[in-house]
Ligand binder design. Structure first.
Ligand code: FES
Ligand SMILES: [Fe+2]
Length: 400
């Protein structure tokens, strides 16, 4: 592919071309402001519906960035709701198990108050010994919840009545037929990183580091080592983003990779192929070999041939972030496919270890004061849009 220059950023003049300040990645005051302006106000993906297929089933997700623990439950009426996992009596976390099924009610382990799957307080122990309390007012505090294509999202402190689908905008429209539910096999890694959440996401929102940082892993099978990469698609979709990648011009898998490819296609090598396996790939609106969607503020979906990667990025402190990495694919039908999937899982792990190490290397020196700015080029448009969106959220909060 002939190289093009500066073709993307010019289409988004509102983003400018200025350097991006480092301070928001090291300043605890900015991190605290992001808590309210971004994480408490935006839709956040907390899981998928397959985690709780039956009425009464639940899971708990702690969101340290929002100072809360969230109980997500499928009610007896089949509606999925989320609540702060916090008892109305003296604030104990009502549910301690990470996942399970509520048989009768959620009973607080501290003094035995019981809540139903709609969050209603159904019994108080020693009720007559309390003073002027109305049970009606003492249910669990509900959190706004919505589901898009099996992904459960919550919004802790909504500032408007925008629906989840409106929030997702072009992401929802483009992926409306994507078969997420068929890619039901989920493996995952979790990395606890000493890095700011934006440093982590920045590195996953551009591909031109691949021939350099991943020259001994991901890029090894291609002739791309040391080459300059160009995304075939690079879009700011409101607060979100899209990156499209074409297959590399040359693909020579390692001997083990060849064995893996003989039996199936897993996520790791999938990007090497132009057409997804699905004959109706057109219907799924996939273009090229890999389409990577960023859903602001903390989700990346890498959609490929027969599989997708799902990253959920959870800030914990200004210099600490949990990175959840999901690998979703079709369940293996035989030992060969299983081997292929395992090969790809390990390959992705090795590649992402290179990323993780780099995020931490970056963070470790950010406070040195030696540099005040990051410099983004045209291929780093998605990062630029990301930083601008965070800034816009902070400004909106300040304006009140
Ligand atoms: S804190 Fe839950 S019953 Fe007391
Ligand atoms: Fe990487």
């Amino acid at each position: 592919m002939a190289l093009s220059y500066k073709t993307h950023t010019t289409r988004f003049p509102e983003l400018g071309t200025a350097p991006i300040p480092i301070k928001p990645c090291i300043d605890p005051a900015v991190f605290d402001a992001e808590r309210e302006a971004v994480f408490r106000r935006c839709w956040l993906n907390v899981g998928r519906v397959e985690l709780i297929p039956e009425p009464g089933e639940y899971f708990v997700r702690d969101i340290e960035m929002c100072h809360t623990s969230v109980l997500v439950v499928r009610g007896r009426d089949n509606v999925i709701r989320a609540f702060h996992n916090m008892c109305s009596h003296r604030a104990n976390q009502v549910v301690w198990q990470r996942r399970g099924k509520c048989r009768v009610s959620f009973v607080c382990p501290f003094h035995g108050w019981a809540f139903d799957t709609r969050g209603k307080l159904i019994s108080m122990t020693d009720e007559r010994n309390f003073f002027n309390l109305d049970k009606q007012d003492l249910g669990l505090t509900e959190i706004q919840t919505d589901v898009w294509k099996g992904f459960i999202f919550i919004r802790i402190n909504p500032q408007d009545d925008q629906s989840l689908e409106d929030y997702l905008g072009p992401v929802a429209t483009t992926l409306k037929d994507y078969p997420f539910d068929e890619l039901s096999k989920r493996e995952w890694y979790e990395v606890d990183e000493k890095a700011n959440w934006k440093v982590l996401l920045d590195a996953q929102l551009e591909g031109w580091h691949v021939p350099f940082l991943h020259k001994d892993s991901l890029a090894k099978s291609t002739a791309a080592t040391g080459m300059l990469l160009r995304h075939s698609i690079l879009e700011a979709l409101g607060p979100h983003g899209l990156l499209g990648t074409e297959p590399p011009p040359v693909f020579n898998p390692t001997p083990l990779g060849k064995v893996s490819l003989k039996y199936g296609i897993g996520a790791y090598d999938a990007f090497a192929f132009k057409e997804p396996r699905w004959t109706d790939a057109k219907k799924y609106n996939l273009k090229g070999a890999m389409n990577l969607y960023f859903i602001f503020p903390n989700v990346i979906m890498g959609l490929m041939r027969d599989s997708y990667w799902m990253y959920n990025v959870w800030p914990v402190a200004v210099d600490r972030t949990i990175w959840e990495i999901g690998i979703n694919t079709v369940p293996a039908r035989n030992a060969g496919e299983l081997f292929c999937q395992e090969y790809n899982k390990v390959g992705l792990r090795d590649t992402l270890m290179e990323d993780t190490a780099t995020h931490e290397k970056v963070q470790q020196v950010l406070k040195s004061g030696a540099k005040e700015y990051f410099h983004f080029q045209d291929e780093e448009l998605a990062l630029r849009n990301f930083h601008h969106t965070v800034d816009a959220c902070l400004e909106a909060m300040q304006k009140g």
